[in-house]
Design a protein around this ligand. Structure first.
Ligand code: AMP
Length: 215
């Protein structure tokens, strides 16, 4: 099964992806995680992407489509993938449609996670991420704190606040989302594979809604 998760930053795309990875043996393709890894390793791509990411802007479409084109051809994607954070613009969605056609692939479900802005801002400013790029576990100091403050439960690495998760950058990311990404809802929502899920509910209820779509 191949799935696209749509939704603003903080809507829970990463959290729902983990549920899908654990329960449906699909692979998660997070363009944000791929880019953060490149930034951390100071690759040419990472150096190019960093200034866009730090200011809450989108990385150029051709760069993102190149990343997806390479990633989708890797063997593990044949078991099914979850697009987390891609596509984010109409140009990316159009490029992705062509890429899917060229590779004989279809998208089984497009799931929009819908949550109000106040909740998105609260979730993002209280989020902490494991600094170990192989782990990248996500915590929330309000809703899901680690056992020991500032330390990852899974690998004991330091927990950090992402440089793009300050309140000012988050507001800019939301503005970017409404301008560039929300138009994708109209692009996709006439299809029978489009589903909208309320994402301001307890996690178990959101997971159950997603399960009922995929069953
Ligand atoms: P995320 O973790 O998905 O919120 O992504 C963090 C940042 O990476 C975004 O604010 C963008 O700067 C960049 N990014 C991630 N995915 C994309 C994408 N599909 N298109 C453009 N920029 C992206």
């Amino acid at each position: 099964m191949n799935v696209i998760l749509l939704g603003a930053p903080g809507a829970g795309k990463g959290t729902i992806s983990k549920h899908l990875v654990d329960n449906y043996s699909m692979v998660q393709i997070s363009t944000g995680d791929i880019l953060r890894n490149e930034v951390k390793n100071k690759t040419d791509l990472g150096v190019k992407a960093k200034s866009f990411m730090d200011s809450g802007e989108l990385v150029p479409d051709d760069v993102i489509l190149g990343i997806i084109e390479n990633r989708i051809k890797e063997d593990d994607c044949s078991q099914g993938f979850i697009m987390d954070g891609f596509p984010r613009t109409i140009a990316q969605a159009e490029g992705f449609d062509q890429l899917l056609k060229r590779n004989d692939l279809v998208i089984d479900a497009i799931i929009e996670l819908d949550a109000p802005d106040e909740l998105l801002i609260k979730r993002l400013t209280s989020r902490r991420t494991c600094s170990n790029t192989k782990c990248q576990a996500i915590y929330n100091i309000l809703y899901q704190p680690p056992k020991k403050e500032g330390v990852c439960d899974k690998c004991s690495s330091e927990l950090i606040q992402r440089s793009d998760e300050t309140e000012e950058t988050i507001k800019h990311r939301l503005k970017t989302y409404y301008e560039k990404t929300q138009p994708l809802i109209d692009y996709y929502n006439s299809g029978s594979n489009y589903h909208k899920v309320k994402a301001d509910l307890p996690l178990a209820e959101i997971n159950a809604s997603v399960d009922s779509i995929l069953k």
